[in-house]
Design a protein around this ligand. Structure first.
Ligand code: NAG
Ligand code: NAG
Ligand code: NAG
Length: 395
């Protein structure tokens, strides 16, 4: 008995010393490029997560937590039930918008639109802010809950590992357009010129689609809101919540994904950035830096232009948004768990985009607004995937 407890004590002490993120230099350039390093890092983080939660003695455990899977790892029937439930939510009436509010939101017709409108509403308070990661974690959780509670979905939120598709997203099974996919690419539109993305100083070549999604589960998906801030300027609506009925458009663009969403890019991010301010900044891209989009911006822009996925404000219009943000959330969880004591509750920044206009540093006691999605949440409740409203992990 004594022997066991002193061994445990030893493990705890050495655990503290060991529970630090491995350096990037532990891996060869080949392993970083191929994804072997990322796989090893996510396994390491998962093992540490299991050890940590099992030491906590709480109702939510590693073994009873909900498991979110990569879209392609889900059984085909479950993929279809997910996309069916998304379509259902798109045909479900608004749940929180009151009749008095309705005139202010001419583009909101469905429960799904309430999610899009909320993201539009808070765009400049939830990006390049302290709560970017926590806000989006809760946002996708709330959609998952609605799919289950309003539309009979029995699974959990899938994620999309875009790094596996970085070389050619247009060839991904996720977008092959069959009934078990997330819908196809947009119809190919030839002879388009490059687009200058001014704020990011990028000249974006056209991608592999460009028109309406024609096959798969979302072939007749119409979106009602935005774009608000697309560089394809003549597309933009005047008022943030104006009605703009249009088809779901995609232009899957390997020029973006190969540059921003490779296994190298995500491994560099997770192992290369040890401070939250650098980690969350690099993930979203440093303006003007050669990583102008980061893996987060890359996952949006690989949708190409003009696609719903690329619009800063109204991007949740494309259901792929939620799978992309599942991946972003997974990356945060991996990063947190590589050094859980140092990183579980670490935040940095204010509540305004790039602190413009200036605002106070956010605190974990702050309330975070969720508009038409849900009641406002305490920031500190959203940091732990095994605490607050959550009990889930990624596989
Ligand atoms: C595309 O551009 C080329 C060269 O400018 C032209 O020959 C061709 O007819 C165009 N195709 C279409 C579909 O507009
Ligand atoms: C992303 O990774 C690719 C190689 O996979 C590399 O060429 C590119 O420079 C990286 N992008 C950034 C912004 O680091
Ligand atoms: C937009 O923000 C305002 C102010 O926080 C809030 O009253 C309103 O409910 C929000 N609307 C949506 C759709 O999030």
């Amino acid at each position: 008995m004594h022997f066991v407890s002193s061994l445990a004590g030893l493990a705890a002490v050495s655990g503290l010393a060991l529970a630090q993120s491995p350096p990037l230099s532990d891996y060869s350039p080949e392993d970083i490029q191929s994804g072997a390093a990322f796989k090893d890092v996510s396994n390491t983080a998962d093992g540490r997560m299991r050890d940590n939660i099992n030491g906590r003695n709480q109702a939510c455990t590693y073994d009873n937590a909900q498991v979110r899977q990569e879209f392609r790892a889900m059984p085909k029937e479950q993929r279809k039930s997910f996309t069916d439930a998304v379509t259902c939510l798109h045909h479900t009436p608004p749940q929180r918008m009151t009749d008095a509010e309705r005139p202010n939101y001419p583009g909101v017709f469905t429960r799904y639109d309430e999610f899009v409108a909320t993201h539009i509403n808070y765009t400049t308070q939830i990006h390049m802010t302290a709560d970017f990661l926590a806000w989006h974690r809760f946002f996708i959780h709330a959609l998952e809950q609605d799919l289950r509670n309003l539309c009979g979905y029995t699974g959990y939120m899938p994620y999309w590992d875009w790094a596996a598709d970085a070389a050619a997203p247009q060839d991904s099974e996720v977008f092959n357009g069959d009934e078990w996919s997330m819908g196809g690419n947009g119809e190919y539109v030839p002879n388009r010129s490059n687009t200058w993305l001014g704020t990011m100083q990028i000249n974006l070549p056209p991608g592999t689609g460009g028109g309406c999604v024609q096959n798969g589960p979302f072939n007749d998906f119409v979106t009602n809101l935005g774009p608000v801030s697309s560089p394809y300027g003549d597309e933009n609506v005047q008022g943030h919540f104006d009605h703009n009925r249009r088809c779901l458009t995609r232009d899957l663009n390997p020029a973006i994904s190969s540059q921003y969403n490779s296994y190298k890019n995500v491994t560099d991010l997770i192992l290369g950035e040890i401070y939250i301010e650098d980690f969350q900044q690099l993930m979203q891209g440093y303006g003007g830096h050669d990583n102008a989009l980061g893996v987060h911006g890359g996952g949006h822009w690989l949708g190409g232009g003009p696609s719903q996925l690329e619009d800063f404000h109204s991007s949740p219009n494309d259901p792929v948004f939620f799978l992309h943000h599942g991946m972003i959330d997974r990356i945060w969880i991996i990063w947190q768990n590589l050094d859980i004591n140092g990183r579980q509750n670490i935040i940095h920044g204010t509540s305004t985009l790039n602190n413009d206009p200036p605002s106070d540093p956010m605190q974990l006691s702050d309330m975070i607004p969720f508009g038409f999605v849900a009641d406002d949440q305490v920031f500190g409740d959203l940091m732990d995937n095994f605490g607050g409203p959550y009990c889930y992990r990624y596989e």
